[in-house]
Design a protein around this ligand. Structure first.
Ligand code: HEM
Length: 551
């Protein structure tokens, strides 16, 4: 915005037929906007021709300015420093990576060598530096897990989320849909291909992540991609972008027949086609072994004929492909198989469900009626679908944990920022010990859980998939329950701090109000808290018995 104005210029626009204000030394023409201003026109007319920065920040967040800037800003004050000109010399060389990924199969493992550890320096500070509002490695604390390539990805994703996503999230959530262009961008930016808990699959896609070479991609890149997208503070958004894909595509990539994978997966990774996971049924949730959706082999042995219902399926209404658990054999887990059902086969109907939270995620009720599925679309082996489903669980739950912990941080960050501007009983909220106590209880749970998460992701990288499934299943289940209860606590406390602003939708409390409604979408699916906690002990005891536990 090149035009410059003096304060006297702005002061001359102090009437309803020409109403300008200054916010942060930028000049806004609100003449037309005043009639549609949700806070009313009188309040704007009172500051016409003046610097209204103080009033603006009292009632709005940064994202409002970002959203309306293009439309309403007409210039800046002449006193405002000119924006920095781009450097003529090339930027300083990047810090060398101090953590080298190993080339073992199964998972990518960064292995800090002794030399690397010696060299390891804390990365440059990033973000707003509010304590605990970002992971500590963002704030110049040392970490053995993150290097410059993670910092580069972090900057890339944060920019995208802040520019293209955050200002619009509330609108998308209310409209129950994220624009297709955003999902498409997930493919084009190479993000979808990096979210499957495996090596970056260069054989299945031409797309590449701009800031990280595929051979460097590891589980910490994957983690921080999900983490940064979750900063938008909307479970609906995150599930729209990675909910169905993140759990529906990995089983196909890992256990699908080669020809089917080659035919189907590239278009999914590009963001042109969508896939989801269809396991849960009206009568079978966490007890997967009870599912009844039936797949009968045709007489010529070439097709399965599928009949049944699936419920609460994330993204279902938009999907072309359904990674579906079906009953091909007798009762219990040994009669379950997984099929890739394609919408184009016919007989697939999808209906959008109305839910408490995650509105823009497209929660769906599906019916399969005599769907003819070629036997090549079997994922894994017949009647051994349980293995496919089980190997998926750790990845799914880790995704849930990452999201819950960032949402907890969002609740905390929004609260601490708001507590610095809102005044009650003659002082700022942050100066009331009762508010600091709430923030402290939020922070301690977030940090403890996040540090456990880093450790488990590191373990996942070091172990093969089967070892991780057996050895880490209990701990991951436990951390899932830990992170959903942390999220519930933080959403509640943030809501108390925001008061009425988090009871009404939109505005400054929008993220907190929305996340509060999203809590159950994390505490129930992917294994309910109760089941997770029980499993965490049973599984850990079983593993440690095998390891030689002495009681
Ligand atoms: C660039 C100028 C402005 C824009 C684009 C703008 C935009 C908005 C928007 C979109 C809302 C709806 C709530 C939200 O989503 O946060 C809102 C609410 C409001 N605005 Fe503004 N506004 C501007 C300037 C101002 C100024 C200068 C004042 C005060 C002097 C003001 C006072 C309010 C109030 C009191 C509300 C209602 C807050 C609530 O519901 O708690 N606005 N504004």
């Amino acid at each position: 915005m090149s035009q410059r104005f003096s304060t006297a210029d702005v002061a001359s626009h102090n009437k309803t037929d020409s109403l300008w204000v200054v916010v942060n030394e930028d000049v806004y023409d609100l003449t037309k906007f005043q009639d549609e201003h949700p806070g009313g026109k009188k309040i704007l007319q009172r500051v016409a021709g003046k610097d209204a920065s103080k009033q603006f920040w009292k009632y709005h967040n940064e994202s409002i300015l970002k959203k309306y800037q293009k439309k309403l800003q007409v210039g800046s004050l002449d006193s405002k420093a000119a924006p920095p000109t781009p450097p003529t010399t090339p930027p300083a060389e990047k810090k060398p990576d101090v953590v080298k990924p190993s080339a073992e199969s199964g998972a990518v493992a960064p292995m800090p060598t002794a030399a690397a550890e010696e060299e390891a320096e804390a990365l440059d500070p990033f973000g707003d530096l509010v304590p605990y509002a970002d992971p500590s490695w963002y704030q110049s604390y040392h970490s053995p897990f993150f290097n410059q390539s993670h910092a580069d990805l972090r900057a890339e994703v944060r920019q995208w989320v802040e520019d293209d996503i955050m200002p619009n999230v509330t609108e998308w959530e209310e409209g129950r849909k994220v624009p297709d262009s955003i999902y498409k961008a997930m493919g084009e930016k190479g993000y979808l291909a990096g979210l499957m808990g495996v090596h970056y699959p260069t054989n299945l896609t031409e797309q590449r992540v701009k800031s990280v070479a595929p051979e460097k991609w590891d589980l910490f890149h994957e983690m921080l991609l999900t983490d940064e997208i979750s900063r938008a503070g909307s479970g609906g958004l995150v599930w729209n972008l990675i909910g169905g894909f993140g759990i529906g595509c990995p089983p196909l990539v890992k256990f699908g027949k080669k020809d089917v994978v080659k035919r189907v997966v590239p278009e999914i990774l590009n963001g042109n086609k969508r896939i989801c996971l269809a396991i849960t049924e009206p009568d079978a949730g966490s007890d997967v072994a009870n599912l009844t959706c039936e797949a009968k082999l045709s007489e010529d042995g070439k097709h399965y004929i599928v009949n049944g219902e699936k419920k609460w399926i994330t993204n279902g209404i938009w999907c072309d492909y359904f990674t579906t658990a079906v009953r091909t054999g007798g009762e219990g887990m040994n009669g379950v198989s997984v099929l890739l059902i394609e919408r184009s086969f016919g007989g697939v109907s999808t209906r959008k469900m109305d839910c408490q939270g995650v509105w823009s995620s497209g929660t769906t009720y599906i019916t399969f009626e005599d769907v003819k599925v070629p036997v090549e679309n079997l994922i894994g082996k017949e009647n051994q679908g349980f293995k496919v489903i089980m190997t998926n669980f750790n990845h799914e739950r880790i995704g849930i944990i990452i999201q819950c912990l960032r949402f907890s941080r969002v609740c905390y960050e929004e609260s601490i920022k708001y507590a610095h501007k809102r005044r009650t009983f003659g002082k700022k909220l942050i100066d009331h010990p009762v508010i600091r106590l709430k923030l402290a209880h939020m922070a301690r749970q977030i940090e403890a859980s996040y540090n456990w998460l880093e450790n488990l992701i590191y373990q996942c990288q070091k172990m093969g998939e089967m070892e991780a499934m057996l050895k880490l299943g209990g701990a991951i289940a436990s951390l899932k329950a830990q992170s959903t209860t942390t999220f519930e606590f933080c959403a509640r406390e943030a809501s108390q701090i925001f008061g009425g602003l988090s009871y009404s939708r939109g505005g400054q409390g929008a993220k907190v109000e929305r996340l509060y409604r999203d809590v159950r979408a994390y505490a129930i699916p992917g294994g309910s808290e109760e089941i997770m906690l029980d499993l965490s002990i049973r599984q850990a005891l079983r593993v440690h018995k095998a390891l030689g536990m002495k009681l």
